[in-house]
Write a protein that binds this ligand. Structure first.
Ligand code: HEC
Length: 147
């Protein structure tokens, strides 16, 4: 009887120890995700992609038309492009160039495929996510007179 009791106690202690270790292991494998930090990293990658010629084949980058990361008015020939301004809140909307309503990531794909002459990224392509996260985050620079 005593032996069985000792065995049960030993098993319980052993099991809890094993369980605690397994949990520690799990914590190590899955570092705590900070959602804001994840978004910030995506925005930063998108910012870098904005001047990446390898997105397309035309030699252009997003920065060729959307000056200084889209924070200032851009130029395409003699057309003036508005600075990006809180685009995350403005889309979906009618997108003139494509003559249809588009989501913000569709506009990003449109600019990759047309001006940049690149391959359209898949819907879950990390580069598409990062570029869209970036353009959605851009606030235009304050004009001199507003300072
Ligand atoms: C050859 C010039 C050119 C290049 C290069 C270019 N775009 Fe554009 N983009 C345009 C034009 C033109 C518009 C339409 C502007 C408008 O409707 O006011 C536009 C619109 C946009 C818009 C919507 C802006 C708004 O205010 O609604 C986004 C976002 C955008 N482009 C992202 C990108 C990204 C990302 C890249 C790089 C992958 C890129 N563009 C490359 C010309 C370009």
């Amino acid at each position: 009887m005593k032996n069985i009791l000792v065995l049960v106690v030993v098993l319980c202690v052993g099991f809890s120890f094993f369980y605690a270790c397994a949990q520690k292991e799990e914590e190590k494998e899955m570092p705590k995700m900070d959602p804001m930090a994840q978004l910030q990293k995506s925005i930063e990658r998108g910012m870098a992609l904005f001047s990446d010629t390898t997105l397309g084949t035309s030699g252009l980058t997003c920065n060729s038309c959307h000056m200084e990361g889209g924070t200032r008015e851009g130029k395409m020939g003699d057309q003036t492009l508005a600075a990006f301004d809180n685009l995350g809140a403005k889309y979906p909307k009618y997108f003139m160039m494509a003559k249809r309503v588009m989501t913000l990531d569709q506009v990003v794909i449109y600019c990759i495929v047309n001006p940049l002459k690149g391959k359209p990224p898949a819907w879950d392509d990390q580069k598409l996510t990062d570029l869209t996260a970036y353009v959605a985050s851009v606030k235009p620079m304050k004009m001199e007179k507003e300072k």
